[in-house]
Write a protein that binds this ligand. Structure first.
Ligand code: NAD
Length: 287
């Protein structure tokens, strides 16, 4: 039987409806959630992502501000801007679109963002809070994956989850969040030997390596839940994931497509985090 397709667009819409509702309620209390997006350089993929994020803000009634710099911007200028946004009460979330040009220390920039406005969930304070199970801004892509699993009533508890990729923004936190849900987690990465020995044993397989269609149907355990985070171009230049969808859909039990899978959920959780940041300022009385 072919896999059930996990429809990221439909699930994103479901969550976006409730986030939009909360935006309306906040507005009635005189609060407009605000997101500042900092874009440095001319990277076309980054420009596209920023455009999509701002469009979603607009659709959901979230105020968004774009701050754009050329490649040559100095690190100090960037840090000063972040200080200014940290102190701006109309801004609840700050996002610096990655990657940054060479010469700028990404960690320094991320660490300058107030943890209370770190809606990407990349600040070490939020990562630490996530690790020990405290309330935190969770990184949007792994959080979106978790929400998709919840929507599909897939309980990771006791399942073997295999994560391909160990980046700080996707692979590592995805494993941590599944561990929190009581999965048994295995991390695979570029130095893993005999990758398919792991993938074939995964009840939940998360592919976040950035390698076009490199996992095939016969690398997957029959009936597994397959979440494809990859965003690649195939030989024909067509957007594709890390999973060879055509062969994998005949083995997997559930599978996310690319596009239309994880991507829409990532942006949705960014909106969720921005609204959460705004709500927290009311709760903490620091409007
Ligand atoms: P990254 O390059 O920082 O990390 C890739 C990871 O994959 C590394 O840890 C590396 O060890 C591992 N890896 C690379 N080749 C491998 C191989 N052959 N076998 C096993 N492991 C291998 O990338 P990232 O930022 O984590 O992103 C991963 C992919 O997810 C990219 O395609 C990216 O575009 C995509 N992405 C999608 C979304 C979304 O919303 N859909 C969000 C973030 C990233």
């Amino acid at each position: 039987m072919p896999a059930r397709i996990i429809d990221g667009k439909k699930i994103a819409k479901h969550y976006r409806n409730s986030i939009t509702e909360e935006v309306k309620q906040l507005k009635q209390k005189g609060m407009v959630p605000g997101l500042a997006v900092i874009l440095v350089g001319e990277n076309s993929a980054s420009q596209t992502y920023v455009r999509m994020k701002r469009k979603t803000c607009e659709e959901m009634g979230i105020h968004s501000v774009l701050i754009q710099y050329g490649d040559q911007v100095g690190q100090n200028e960037l840090l000063d801007k972040i200080d200014q946004l940290n102190n701006d009460s109309s801004i609840h979330g700050i996002l610096v679109q990655l990657p940054l040009p060479e010469g700028i220390q990404t960690e320094k920039v991320i660490e300058r963002i107030s943890p209370d406005k770190d809606v990407d969930g990349f600040h070490p304070i939020n990562i630490g809070r996530m690790m020990i199970g405290e309330d935190a801004f969770l990184p949007c892509t792994p959080y979106g994956i978790l929400k998709m699993l919840q929507y599909e009533n897939i309980d990771p508890s006791g399942k073997h989850a295999v994560i391909i990729g160990r980046s700080n923004i996707v692979g590592k936190p995805a494993g941590q969040l599944l561990l929190r849900e009581n999965a048994t987690v295995t991390y695979c990465h570029s130095k893993t030997e005999n990758l398919t020995a792991y993938t074939r044993n995964a009840d939940i397989l998360i592919a976040a390596a950035g390698r076009a269609k490199f996992i095939h149907g016969n690398d997957i355990k029959p009936g597994a839940v397959v979440i494809d985070v990859g965003m690649n171009r195939d030989e024909a230049g067509v957007l594709c994931g890390d999973i060879d969808f055509d062969s994998a859909k005949n083995t997997a039990g559930y599978i996310t497509p690319v596009p239309g899978g994880v991507g829409p959920m990532t942006i949705t959780m960014l909106m969720y985090n921005t609204v959460k940041a705004a709500r927290k300022t009311i709760e903490n009385g620091i409007q």
